[in-house]
Design a protein around this ligand. Structure first.
Ligand code: GLN
Length: 268
């Protein structure tokens, strides 16, 4: 089933945590009720899943205005396999996590890294994609490495792993960090020259560079910041949803659907 979100809704919602309440942007219904996915009255429960706005190839709005991506398709395939219903709300990364924490969302799928600190607050699914972090500059910049960033302003996305890497080296390289709610705003800050570099997840930046986003990767950290992505719920809640996600993930890996989804975005 195709999930669509209009461009106007997307723009209106970008970065707006307040928009979480009551706005289901992308609905997906699938098959039969299951015991696990039913409420006390026996009617199927529809989970609210929060996601990022622009984090291609995991979630983004395509040229036709459809909200697409690896996370979007994986969730649809897993829900279809397991027979649960959900609404996908595109809020921004920090806002998605805030929605989860304030009980306005049941789960987050947003290229969210599984880290030991986060595992204290959230229950994660099995990992579904490996990732690490990088730094990128404008294509025409003469910066070639982290040393080239010394004493300058860099752009980070609030509450992300790539921001955590930048923060961990900020003293050493005297970095002045500016924070953004979305990846596209962060890239724009580099392209306009306000920030010399931005910090981002490697698979996302590599995809963006290949799509011609005007940036160039100058440093990577796959040692301390190699963290796979997982689907998250608040600790001790929605255990049945995590169980269904894990079962569905295993099934679509087995059937080859997982590989097809990833290939659709990465080998296009
Ligand atoms: N993987 C990163 C994190 O979890 C960034 C996620 C995102 O920006 N959507 O912190």
């Amino acid at each position: 089933m195709q999930n669509f979100v209009s461009r106007r809704s997307f723009v209106t919602l970008a970065g707006s945590a307040a928009a979480v309440a009551g706005l289901g942007l992308v609905g997906c219904s699938s098959g039969s009720d299951t015991a696990a996915g039913s409420d006390a009255n026996g009617s199927a429960k529809s989970y609210i899943v929060a996601t990022d706005t622009t984090f291609a190839p995991f979630e983004f709005t395509d040229d036709e205005g459809a909200f697409v991506g690896i996370d979007v398709d994986l969730l649809a395939a897993i829900a279809n396999d397991q027979g649960f219903e959900y609404e996908l709300n595109s809020l921004g990364f920090d806002a998605a996590v805030a929605a989860l924490e304030s009980n306005q969302a049941d789960a987050v799928i947003a290229g969210m890294s599984i880290t030991p600190e986060r595992e204290e607050k959230y229950d994660f699914s099995d990992p579904y994609y490996d990732s690490y972090v990088c730094a990128a500059v404008a294509e025409d910049s003469d910066v070639e490495d982290l040393e080239g960033l010394r004493g300058q302003t860099v752009a980070c996305k609030t509450a992300t792993q790539s921001a955590a890497w930048a923060e961990s080296i900020a003293d050493e390289y005297e970095l002045d960090i500016t924070y953004f709610d979305s990846s596209d705003m962060m890239y724009q800050d580099v392209l306009t020259g306000n920030s010399v570099a931005c910090f981002e997840d490697y698979p996302v930046m590599a995809y963006g560079v290949a799509q011609g986003n005007g940036l160039r990767i100058v440093a990577e950290n796959s040692d301390d910041f190699a963290t796979p992505y997982g689907f998250a719920v608040m600790k001790g809640t929605n255990a049945e949803l995590i169980e269904m996600f894990n079962k569905g993930l295993a099934n679509i890996k087995e059937s080859g659907e997982y590989d097809e989804i990833v290939a659709k975005y990465l080998e296009a």
